[in-house]
Design a protein around this ligand. Structure first.
Ligand code: NAD
Length: 265
């Protein structure tokens, strides 16, 4: 089996990486940064997001596992003290694969040109470069509303505990193939009206945003922030691809939610 390790880059995470790499090689696993079967991320959720984007072109061939060096992570459930146990589990046990849905974002441009496609593990957001974001929101090809406000956030089920939660979105179990559209400070008065509630769309429903007053936007895809100019539309839907996590022991989602937001233990 081929493996790769990605770290947060700090000295603590790097020293765990060297230790794990040596142990795994002792078990005759092969270090391969280009075509790994398993990717171990050492750091936090941000490190796993980074690892996901690094290997997003080979999701059907790569499984991910996370070790957290700080507080409990949503994607990283192992602690550094368990590294030896994890190495043995990777080397000796046929692990279970858990799949989570992803978000597909397609950005099309006003003067033709090639569209851009992104996959997100947490969410994609859109904000204007300057002033209020004004976007027509279409769902399944039908006009739904004209949004005015700070921005919009479209999250995956596993990303629903991240930015989406801070926006008052619901927490969705990652076994549900859906995306959630949440508002950032919408303008609502007698003149302007938006739904005001987060919307959960099933896998076969597409959400399309069309600019009303300006074609340039700040788009985020997980931890990445990108300026897009001359935008004609931004389309969101549940991606055909999924992320695969290698599971060596139960890691129930609702326990993670409890331990992260209510109390640890
Ligand atoms: P960061 O360093 O600012 O960390 C953001 C925090 O979000 C960390 O505590 C991380 O553990 C947590 N987090 C990440 N994914 C999570 C998930 N799926 N569920 C629960 N918590 C999660 O940034 P980063 O580490 O590069 O992570 C980028 C993420 O930050 C984005 O995908 C977005 O979800 C999140 N974010 C949140 C807010 C907010 O809550 N207001 C604002 C901007 C970005």
């Amino acid at each position: 089996m081929k493996f790769a390790i990605m770290t947060k880059g700090d000295s603590k995470s790097n020293s765990y990486m060297h230790k794990m790499k040596t142990y795994l090689q002792d078990f005759e696993l092969v270090w391969d940064e280009h075509e790994p079967d398993i990717v171990i991320s050492i750091g936090g959720d941000g490190t796993l997001l980074y690892a996901f984007h690094r290997y997003s072109s080979r999701l059907n061939k790569t499984a991910f596992v996370g070790v957290h060096t700080g507080h409990l992570g949503f994607y990283a459930d192992w602690v550094p003290e368990e590294i030896e146990k994890l190495v043995i589990a990777i080397a000796k046990t046929p692990y279970q694969i858990i799949e989570y849905p992803l978000l597909e974002t397609i950005i099309r441009y006003q003067h033709g040109g090639k569209e851009t496609r992104y996959l997100a593990l947490n969410e994609a957001t859109v904000k204007s470069v300057e002033g209020t974001l004004v976007m027509d929101v279409e769902i399944r090809g039908q006009h739904f509303e004209r949004f005015r406000g700070d921005g919009l956030c479209v999250s995956t089920p596993s990303g629903s505990t991240a930015y989406n939660k801070a926006l008052g979105g619901a927490i969705l179990h990652p076994s549900i193939p859906a995306i959630q559209l949440a508002e950032m400070a919408s303008i609502n008065n007698r003149v302007f009206r938006t739904i005001g509630s987060p919307l959960v769309l099933p896998a076969h429903h597409t959400c399309m945003l069309k600019p009303v007053n300006g074609p340039d936007f700040m788009v985020t895809i997980d931890h990445l922030t990108l300026l897009h100019k001359d935008v004609k539309s931004i389309q969101y839907r549940v991606a055909a691809e999924k992320i695969r996590f290698a599971r060596f022991r139960p890691f129930p989602f609702w326990k993670r939610v409890h331990d992260s937001f209510i109390a640890d233990k």
